[in-house]
Design a binder for this molecule. Structure first.
Ligand code: MN3
Length: 201
């Protein structure tokens, strides 16, 4: 079994009250685990079982729907957990703050556009902040697609993403996706996002 569920970089109750403990336990321990398990099944005894998750996701559209959906699910959730932290939120600093202002006008304008990408994604998917051609852009993807996939409409290097599947928020926020997104900003680990920005720009 080449892929395993990564441990969260904090405890399941660490993101309270914004993301509740039960949602985190099920989201990480059941949903993410299922993507890992189904990805392992999809690559078993194929030439893809020795590839890294990055290699698989880059060509996901040409392998199989199972690898696209479950490989995307594994990549996206691993990225998402690392994007969050307890006692986080606030605003970015330094060159990332400057780049956000340059691309979107202000931090508040950026947040509004990012929230809108999440709110208007019909059904299940993700909203992203990514580096494309040296500039910051916002996009959204359906299902478990992401900007590093060959099938993405907007391709680039993501530095922040948010899961807008109902399983990410339904227990606490029911149908109120906008409230979940408001809570999300209290958890964004801007130190990690800035590291990704430095690495990708
Ligand atoms: Mn999810």
């Amino acid at each position: 079994m080449p892929f395993t569920l990564p441990a969260l970089p904090y405890s399941h109750d660490a993101l309270e009250p914004h993301f509740d403990t039960l949602t985190m336990q099920i989201h990480h321990g059941k949903h993410h685990q299922a993507y890992v398990d189904n990805l392992n099944k999809a690559v078993a005894e194929t030439p893809n079982e020795n590839k890294s998750i990055e290699e698989l996701v880059a060509v996901a559209g040409s392998i199989s729907p199972a690898v696209r959906n479950n490989g995307g699910g594994h990549w996206n959730h691993s990225f998402f957990w690392e994007s969050l932290a307890p006692n986080a939120g606030g605003t970015p600093e330094g060159s990332l703050a400057t780049a956000i202002d340059a691309a979107f006008g202000s931090f508040d304008a950026f947040k509004e556009k990012f929230n809108n990408a999440g709110i208007t994604r019909f059904g299940s998917g993700w909203a992203w902040l990514l580096i494309k051609d040296g500039k910051l852009e916002i996009s959204s993807t359906p299902n478990q697609d992401n900007p590093v996939m060959d099938v993405a409409e907007v391709k680039g290097a993501p530095i922040l993403g948010v899961d807008v599947w109902e399983h990410a928020y339904y227990l606490k926020y029911q149908n109120r996706r906008a409230e979940y997104l408001t809570a999300f900003w209290n958890l964004v680990n801007w130190k990690k996002i800035a590291e990704r920005f430095q690495a990708g720009s």
